[in-house]
Design a protein around this ligand. Structure first.
Ligand code: HEC
Length: 187
């Protein structure tokens, strides 16, 4: 018993050292993946300069692959083609006819200058992108503006505070009964 004790201790130390090395190797191997995931999923890569004034809304990642809610057209002087798209929460709420929209709903209005098709004179196609406009539902954070946070972006950058002061007023004046949202699901 007394002879075996130091031997036992020695093997315990060896086991601990081996375990520490294994844990370190695993951790260092995973590190690049963890960093990639953190940057891909989090808003970490967006700086404060990319967020709208007043609301702090940013352009949501991947919105170009979101489902269409409805297209729209705007007459002169803007002369634009538009498409309102939404995240899963938005699409589910639309399909269920749910009002008000649940927290987590994000609506994005994409817009382009109207352009004549080079191949077919009577066809109109999207020209240069003009604005990207975002509405984010968070009923507590944006309680003062019907639960919606607003953001208008040109070339990826938010427009000034004065423009952001106009958003809720117009949406409230004309679309209050529909949770401040104009766009209906296209039939
Ligand atoms: C003068 C009225 C007016 C103002 C101001 C206004 N909007 Fe809108 N908004 C509309 C109308 C009308 C629609 C629906 C028709 C369309 O697609 O253009 C709309 C649609 C939207 C949509 C799609 C969801 C919906 O309600 O149909 C978003 C997102 C949006 N606006 C964001 C903004 C943001 C951000 C601002 C402020 C920077 C803003 N709006 C200011 C009138 C306005």
């Amino acid at each position: 018993m007394t002879i075996a004790e130091p031997e036992k201790k020695k093997s315990l130390y060896t086991t601990m050292i081996v375990l520490t090395v294994v844990v370190l190797v695993v951790f260092l191997t995973c590190m690049p993946y963890l960093v990639t995931i953190a940057f891909a999923e989090g808003p970490a890569e967006q700086s404060a300069a990319d967020a709208s004034p007043i609301f702090g809304v940013t352009i949501p990642a991947g919105y170009k692959r979101w489902e269409l809610i409805a297209p729209a057209e705007e007459a002169a002087p803007l002369d634009e083609l538009r498409a309102v798209v939404g995240n899963h929460t938005a699409i589910d709420a639309y399909q269920a006819g749910k009002l008000p929209f649940p927290d987590g709903t994000i609506l994005v209005k994409r817009a382009w200058k109207r352009k004549q098709s080079p191949e077919f004179a009577s066809a109109t196609i999207p020209g240069a992108a003009t604005t990207v406009q975002v509405m984010v539902k968070d009923s507590r954070k944006y309680a003062a503006t019907g639960g919606w946070g607003f953001g208008r972006f040109i070339n990826g950058k938010p427009v000034d505070e004065a423009q952001h002061r106009t958003c809720f007023a117009c949406h409230e004046a004309r679309a209050k009964s529909r949770d401040y949202v104009f766009t209906r699901l296209a039939p």
